[in-house]
Design a protein around this ligand. Structure first.
Ligand SMILES: [Zn+2]
Length: 470
């Protein structure tokens, strides 16, 4: 185990049948990650066939990427870090030249392609995957004591597959993993096939809702899968019960089930507050190792053995990760500068759970956070914190306080209607702060009310505003 002590983890496609909201024009590459992603092309589906040898940490992959060009180009560029591309085909033809440098795979084509040309890229690659060391510690593919963990946020995706790594570039995925027998591979979405042959097992998952590359994940361990909440009729949230599962090493399974025993209630509270859960399933993977912080991925979360606790500190993290399925995964910020749309909302979800579960009301959690922030340096712009501070705790807490200020102003009924409308209108899409402000103005239903005026001091000024309410 190397990185997990320091990693702050946690567009529109034309892919699936889902009705997608209007595209958010995001600058590509992202200002916070200038070395990742390209606006020259759009990938709408990733089909990954992975062969993973655990003892030697060797990965051999075949990635078939489907998409289209967005401008005339004779050069196609992908993110791929630390792994060597082999045979590559673009629409059935070999490129004139394939080169790799600085985490980029560049394909020089024999003939230029006009904009809006359909693309099918067939890329073979292999190597010894390793985490990517950057401003946020080590992210990406990580060897565990006995297995593999992938923490993709914010730019770890290219450590295990070639991609257009940008949060607005959402695509559907099929992830097939062949690995040592006796291990379970867990990836995003539905397990559609599992077969065993000699000493190898193959696990195939499909994620049919659009997913940002950083939310793609693969977890491999000696995991036992257990239903927490089986599929069934209407649940407490008034929605069809979501399948909730835990994947944990057998010795940790009992503790995991106990630690996650309130998650069904959390789900009901969040469905009531935010609207329907965005995916068919939610799996919590419990790593055998300790993790400093949990990680979110689309349709699943990863926690460490040290998070198996019934106290508030562990329970708030369990609630936090669950809420990311709405805020971050279904609704993904098109630019990293809007990270508060993930973390501020997830932190406020902790407080919503605190209130609903009979612990401190959200206002009490907000007050404690405000007091903590008041004692700290006030030199952060939460609505554009810069890459070094994008996972700073002040983005989380002050982002949540911005929401609390809005709730205090609008009242519970309008505030939660706004959150439900936000999640419904932009479901499986890309979002920006200005869109949230626009919707808040509409939902406030009050002439003269300006969400921008109310939120500006919280999001775009350094000085901490007065505490909202009492
Ligand atoms: Zn988070």
């Amino acid at each position: 185990m190397t990185c997990l002590s320091s990693t702050p983890a946690d567009a529109t496609t034309d892919g699936p049948a889902a009705v997608l909201p209007a595209a958010v024009s995001a600058p590509l590459p992202d200002r916070y990650l200038p070395g990742r992603g390209t606006g020259d092309l759009l990938i709408t589906h990733y089909d990954l066939d992975l062969e993973c040898k655990l003892a030697s940490n060797r990965l051999a992959g075949r990635a078939v990427l489907t998409g289209r060009t967005l401008k005339d180009t004779s050069r196609l560029e992908f993110d791929l870090t630390g792994l060597q591309a082999g045979r590559v085909q673009v629409n059935g033809q070999r490129p004139r030249k394939t080169s790799q440098r600085n985490g980029k795979l560049v394909l020089s084509l024999k003939e230029p392609l006009p904009a809006e040309t359909g693309l099918v890229l067939d890329i073979r690659y292999e190597g010894t995957p390793a985490p990517i060391n950057g401003d946020w510690g080590e992210v990406g593919w990580e060897e565990l004591t006995d297995g593999v963990l992938v923490a993709g946020q914010p730019d770890g995706a290219s450590s295990w597959f070639p991609c257009n790594d940008h949060p607005s570039q959402k695509a559907t995925f099929r992830i097939s993993t062949t690995t040592d027998a006796g291990y379970r591979a867990v990836a995003n979405g539905e397990l559609v096939s599992h077969r065993k042959k000699a000493s190898r097992e193959t696990w195939v998952y499909e994620m049919n809702e659009p997913m940002a590359t950083y939310l793609a994940t693969l977890q491999i361990g000696r995991y036992v899968l257990r239903d927490l909440v089986p599929a069934g009729p209407a649940g407490a949230g008034g929605d069809a019960a979501v399948v909730q599962q835990v994947a944990a090493p057998a010795p940790l399974l009992t503790d995991a089930v106990v630690a996650l025993s309130r998650q069904e209630d959390m789900m009901a509270v969040f469905v009531r507050s935010f609207g329907p859960y965005p995916f068919a399933r939610y799996t919590v993977v419990v790593a055998e190792d300790e993790l400093e912080i949990p990680l979110e991925a689309q349709s699943l979360s990863i926690i460490g053995r040290n998070h198996l606790d019934s106290g508030w500190e562990a329970q708030r993290l369990i609630a936090h990760e669950l809420s990311h399925q709405w805020f971050g995964n279904s609704l993904t910020a098109a630019s990293w500068q809007d990270i508060w749309l993930h973390e501020g909302f997830a932190c406020y979800s902790e407080w919503i759970w605190s209130e609903a579960s009979g612990s401190l009301p959200a206002a009490g959690r907000a007050k404690a956070a405000w007091q903590m922030l008041a004692a700290l340096e006030q030199d952060i712009t939460v609505g554009d914190p810069g890459p070094e501070l994008m996972f700073d705790d002040r983005v989380y807490k002050r982002g949540a306080l911005a929401l609390h200020a809005l709730r205090t102003e609008l009242g519970d009924e309008r505030f939660f209607r706004l959150l439900r409308r936000w999640c419904a209108d932009y479901r499986h899409g890309s979002v920006s702060t200005s869109q949230f402000i626009g919707l808040a103005d509409t939902e406030a239903g009050r002439p003269g009310f300006s969400a921008a005026t109310l939120l500006e001091p919280w999001l775009f000024s350094a000085a901490l505003p007065e505490f909202p309410g009492k």
